[in-house]
Design a protein around this ligand. Sequence first.
Ligand code: NAG
Ligand code: NAG
Length: 167
Amino acid sequence: MHSFGYRLNVLLTQAVTLLALMCVIASLSDTLNVPSPSADVRVLHINWLHKQRNGNDEVSLTMNISADLRSTFTWNTKQVFVFLAAEYETEKNHLNQISLWDAIIPSKEQAKFSYHTINKYRFTDQGNNLRGQEYNLTLHWHVMPKTGKMFSDKVITTGYRLPETYV
Ligand SMILES: *[C@@H]1O[C@H](CO)[C@@H](O)[C@H](O)[C@H]1NC(C)=O
Ligand SMILES: *[C@@H]1O[C@H](CO)[C@@H](O)[C@H](O)[C@H]1NC(C)=O
C-alpha cells in the first residue's frame, strides 16, 4: 500500500512534468509559427517635388500603406514596430534609405491595417538627385517578443519613379 505522502509526491511530479511540457509546447509553437505577412504600398499622389533653399531635393507623397501582419503575432508577441522606407541608389551611395512613416502595432486585431497618409518624415536627398529617381518602398517590421529574441522582416515594393521635373 502506498502512503499518502508517496501519492502526493507522484501527483506533484506529474503536475510539474505537465507544466514543463506545456512550456516546451508554448515556446515551440512560437518557433514553429511561420508568418505569412503581406503588404501593399501605393503612391496615390506626388504632392510636390522641389529644391529646398539649401539645394537639397525634397518630395511629398500621398500613399496608401496596407498590410496584414496578423500572422506575425503569437502568444509571445508584445508589439510590432513597422516602418516604411524609400530606398534608392545614387552615384555617391549604393543604398540611400529614408524612413517615411512608422507605427507601433500593439495587437493582432490592429495588425491588418490600411493607412491613407502623406509621408510623416521628410523625404529629402543630400543633393538634387530626386528628379527622375527610381526608388523602392520597403515595409520593414520588427517583432518584439515578450521573451526571447527580436526578429525582423520586410516586403519590398519595386518600380517607383519620381517626376523628371520639379512639380
Ligand atoms: C488602400 O489599399 C487597400 C488595399 O489595397 C484598399 O482596400 C483601400 O481601399 C485603399 N484605400 C485608398 C484610399 O486608396
Ligand atoms: C529595388 O529592389 C530590387 C529588389 O531588391 C533591387 O534589385 C533594385 O536595385 C532596387 N531598386 C532601387 C532603385 O533601389
